[in-house]
Each structure stands twice: as C-alpha cells, then as structure tokens.
Design a protein around this ligand. Structure first.
Ligand code: FES
Ligand SMILES: [Fe+2]
Length: 413
C-alpha cells in the first residue's frame, strides 16, 4: 500500500481515537431476516456467486513447487488444482474421465501422477490421461481427448483464481479493478502456507461475513480477547466496486505517534482487512496474511463452512520455529496471548497465531451468528438494523442484493 495512503489512514484513525468518534455512514438500514433463511434466495446466490463466479481458492504458497496439488469441494464443483512440471498453475474438475470418480482425495500434497482409486486410470499434473490399465481389454480410446476437464485458472499477484465453469470467463483485472495494484503491493506471492482450519456452523454464509463487518462489538463481545489488542469503535472504510477495505486501529498505533511519518507502517498500528466479493475476507500484514473463505451449504441456508488459512514468509516461519525450540525465549501461546506483558516481550508461535484468530471467530463471533440464525429462522423478528457506524455491512448486503437484482435495503427513518 502506498506510504501516503498508509499515513492518511493512520492519521484518520488517530483522530477518531482522539475525538472519541467512529466512522459515520450518515445512514442506517433495515435488513430483512429472510435474507438469512430464504431457500430461493440461497439457491440463486449459490448459482450466481459460487457456481458462476470467479473463485479465489488460495494463494501461490498453497502450490509451492511443480507437481504440488490442492483440492477443494467448497462451492459445488470438485476442483483439483495443480502446478504442472513447469510450474504452471492449472485447475481441473476432480472427476475421472472413465466413470467420474474423484482422482485425488487429499487436500494438499505433491504427486507425479493422479491415479483414480476405482480402475487406476492415471493423469499427469497437467491433466493428461497417461495410463489405462488393461487397455486391450477396455478397448481403445483417444487418450488425447480424455484428459481431466480443464477449468479456467489464473495465478496473479499471489492469488489463485479458478472459474467453476469450463467456459467461464476469468478477467481478474476487471474483477479487482482499482484494488488490484494495492493488493499486489503486499507481495502475497512470497508467502508460504503455514496452517489452516475449517469451521462448520449453523449460520448463513452472510451472517458469517457479517462478523467481519464492524468494530462496534470489539470491546463488548471480544473484551477479553481481541479487545485486548484492538481499540474497537473506530474504522477507516473504503468501497471498491463490490469489494471494500476495512482498517481498524490496534493498540500498536500509539507507538507510531512518536515516530516520523515516513517510518509509519500501517500493519504495525492496525488490522487491514479486504473483503473481496462474494465470500473472501483477507487480513494482510507485511510478511503474513490470513485468508478467510466463507461458503454456503447448498442444501441448507442455515449452515455454512469457513476455511481459514494462514501464510507467512519463509523467514518468519524459520525464525518462529527456531524460537519454539529455544527455551530461553518466552512464547506467546493460545493460552497467554492476551496477557499484555507476554505479548510485548515474547515471540508469537505460528500455532498461536492461527489458533487465536480462528477460536475467537468460532467461539465468540459465530456463537452470536448461530443465535442470529435462530432468530431469523423463527420468523418473528422481521428485520435487523445496521447503524451509521457499520458501513461495511451496508456495502456487503447492498452489493449482493444488487448482484441478485434486488432493491437496496430500506433506510431507517
Ligand atoms: S472411474 Fe476412474 S478409473 Fe474407473
Ligand atoms: Fe468479531
């Protein structure tokens, strides 16, 4: 991110903290609770946003070398993503051309060949059908026409994009618009996958996204966890078409005040989050990031799955591993992470970093989401309210409503 922009966002957040103010959208909205339960709406969303829309399946670090692979079955099309022998990113339907069995069941790894478990037809990482056992018994077929079904796949600035339809269009420059350059500045292509977790809960996928949409709750719901690290009740917010940037101050912002502006690094004083339409929440840092992918359950609007993956530079991973085995260095662990003295004087382990983020989401945010889902399903609560201090929620809901051809939410008053 451009240094001038970093300074201007940090200054605005400092001003909000000094004035005791938060961002003000100047408008409040009513969101109908049917949005979280309506089966027709859920089907439309799934078809439009997950079956016929570019999907960010991971970062370059998920496929670290030639012949690495990654599978996903989160959005209705089983995907086998690979790097071929030359390192090119490819994506295929994870379905054997004999009788449709999944050719790879592991989530990630490295393979020279993908051999179908049913009758052992084998495919190369470039998707070519290379072997049919007992081919003389089976009868001859043209192998060159029976490779895995290829899907549009683009690797760009560290992002792995796939389109679930073989004839789908992947225009990433158009998709990201003016955000592309800013995202590229974080050099996500240099990061290595360090770990991940999956959370499946009884809440609509949009309720899961809503937990990333305001800082109003930080000092209430998270007062003993994230609230120890972040101020809450402050936000710098900017829309980029259907995407947005969301920046809130951490307590580290105070340390920047005494330093020259040219040294200010936004990630040392804030939490920088990008929402990428329709289902991505991306927290970026220099040297690390957390990718949150949120998926609806196709059969049940009241259920969703969140995949959380963390990435670091190799240098950070090496330093953290070295520190983990050095007994003379104090460690930040999931148990002591919110102890201020420990946090300031110790090395954060990689496990602590993932565990803290994911367990806060699961045990605090999504617990609220499950209560909200129950209210919505009950049907007696017709609408919920989004305040002037919650512009990311306005933007998220109005963006997907517009994409579904629905009217914007109704304003309050
Ligand atoms: S279904 Fe794959 S080899 Fe038969
Ligand atoms: Fe939260």
């Amino acid at each position: 991110m451009d240094q001038v922009l970093q300074v201007s966002i940090l200054k605005e957040l400092m001003q909000q903290l000094d004035d005791g103010k938060n961002v003000d959208a100047g408008v409040q909205y009513k969101n109908p609770t049917t949005s979280y339960v309506c089966p027709k709406m859920a089907t439309k969303e799934f078809n439009l946003f997950f079956q016929n829309h570019a999907q960010l399946i991971g970062l370059s670090g998920d496929l670290p070398e030639p012949r690495s692979f990654l599978t996903t079955d989160d959005f209705g099309t089983p995907i086998l993503a690979t790097r071929d022998k030359d390192g090119n990113f490819c994506a295929f339907l994870n379905a054997c051309r004999h009788r449709g069995v999944r050719v790879e069941s592991r989530v990630r790894g490295k393979a020279n060949l993908f051999s179908c478990p049913f009758h052992s037809w084998s495919y190369s990482p470039a998707g070519e059908l290379v072997a049919i056992p007992n081919e003389d018994h089976f009868g001859s077929i043209d192998k060159t026409c029976h490779g895995l079904v290829a899907l549009p796949a683009v690797e760009c600035d560290g992002f792995l994009w796939v389109h679930p339809q073989p004839d789908g269009e992947l225009n990433i420059a158009e998709l990201l618009g003016p955000l592309a350059g800013e995202l590229a500045s974080f050099r996500l292509e240099n990061l290595v996958h360090a770990g991940g977790t999956t959370i499946t809960k009884n809440l609509n996928w949009k309720l899961a996204n809503d937990t990333f949409g305001e800082t109003y709750h930080f000092q209430k719901l998270h007062k003993n966890t994230l609230g120890q690290v972040f101020y809450g009740n402050n936000l710098h917010f900017k829309e980029f078409g259907r995407h947005h940037r969301f920046v809130t101050a951490s307590k580290g912002i105070d340390k920047l005040r005494d330093r020259p502006e040219e040294d200010w690094d936004i990630t040392l004083g804030t939490f920088v989050l990008y929402y990428l339409f329709p289902n991505i929440q991306l927290v970026v840092n220099h040297g690390s990031c957390t990718l949150v992918k949120i998926y609806p359950d196709k059969e049940n609007p009241g259920r969703s799955t969140t995949q959380i993956e963390t990435y670091f530079t190799q240098e950070i991973i090496d330093a953290a591993k070295a520190a983990e085995t050095d007994d003379s260095i104090a460690k930040v662990t999931p148990e002591n992470v919110y102890d201020k003295d420990v946090r300031n004087n110790a090395v954060q382990t990689l496990a602590a970093s993932l565990e803290v983020f994911s367990s806060t989401i699961e045990q605090e945010d999504y617990l609220m989401g499950e209560y909200q889902q129950k209210s919505a399903e009950n049907g007696l609560l017709k609408e919920v309210l989004f305040g002037r201090n919650e512009p990311a929620l306005h933007h998220f809901h109005n963006s997907f409503r517009q994409a579904l051809g629905l009217e914007a939410m109704e304003k309050v008053g």
